[in-house]
Design a protein around this ligand. Sequence first.
Ligand code: 2P0
Length: 335
Amino acid sequence: MTTATAVAHPNIALVKYWGKADAHLALPATGSVSMGLDVFPTTTTVTLTDAPADTLVLNGAAVDDGPLVRVTEFLDLVRELAGSRVRADVVSENTVPTGAGLASSASGFAALATAAAAAYGLDLSERDLSRLARRGSGSATRSIPGGVSVWHAGDDAGSFAETVPAPPMAMVVVTIDAGPKPIGSREAMRRTIATSPFYPAWVTSTTETVTDMLTACAAGDFTRIGELTESNALRMHATIEGAFPPIRYLTARSVAVFDAVAELRAAGLRAYATADAGPNVVVLTTPEDRAAVATALAGHGDVIESGTGPGARLVRSEGPEAPAPGVDRPEETAE
Ligand code: 2P0
């Protein structure tokens, strides 16, 4: 039996990815920058099998529809790289509130890429693992490296994520609604590109913001990082709201958190708000201020604090083809 288990964490974009230049290769229209979380891990085990088809068990329940199709398509890419036709049983435990706009697909496909590569005997560099994860879900590219990472736009070889220097940061996740979002990001991105008159400006401005964000991160300028983060999130939502028919992810309760965060800043705390494809708000803050921010926002929803997280890592592998945990990823340290 060849089996491998990997753990990966979600990431929250400081500069967002919204739109593909190439859907088949999952190449983004712009670069993006994110901070990995140290909460909401996904643990995924891939075990090779003699059975005629892949199977998927997600949070203890067998899945035989859409998510299994997506996992099988992803494993087909891994099999192509490995020159294998062997099927796999995939068991995934996901602690992210699925579908709530907290990018469960990021930790999910980062863990799957890491475990599947090991189970099929591929010895991939971090860069190639992030390129592989990209084919499962765009944001998963950024969950392979740890810390703050940039995902480069580019061609297939050049579109990977890597850790960049950044000051110590923290996040406070304010979960307003953990239910599924009304429209998934994939379809919403397509509609935005096809119908939002603001989309070209989004691409131009975000390309500039990635450069500005990397400069601010390298300089350790938290205030600039925060200002760029909040501005880029609102620009993304404005672009999405410009689609036809319109798509609006932020609710009145989301906007109330943005207002509350502005009040915290006025009161001297270091806090900036962002939000992905859902109503939940994530507050970028400093390690010093995270507890005070979490306390202040507790009335708005379920509040969880996070530090900066580690990269995806292999935690167990057995079998003739699998590399030992840590052997292929010497730069990773255990949590
Ligand atoms: C991000 N989001 O940068 C942006 C911000 C949501 C809002 O990446 O189609 O699940 O699988 O590449 O990665 C969510 O989209 O989309 C996302 P696919 P994905 O985090």
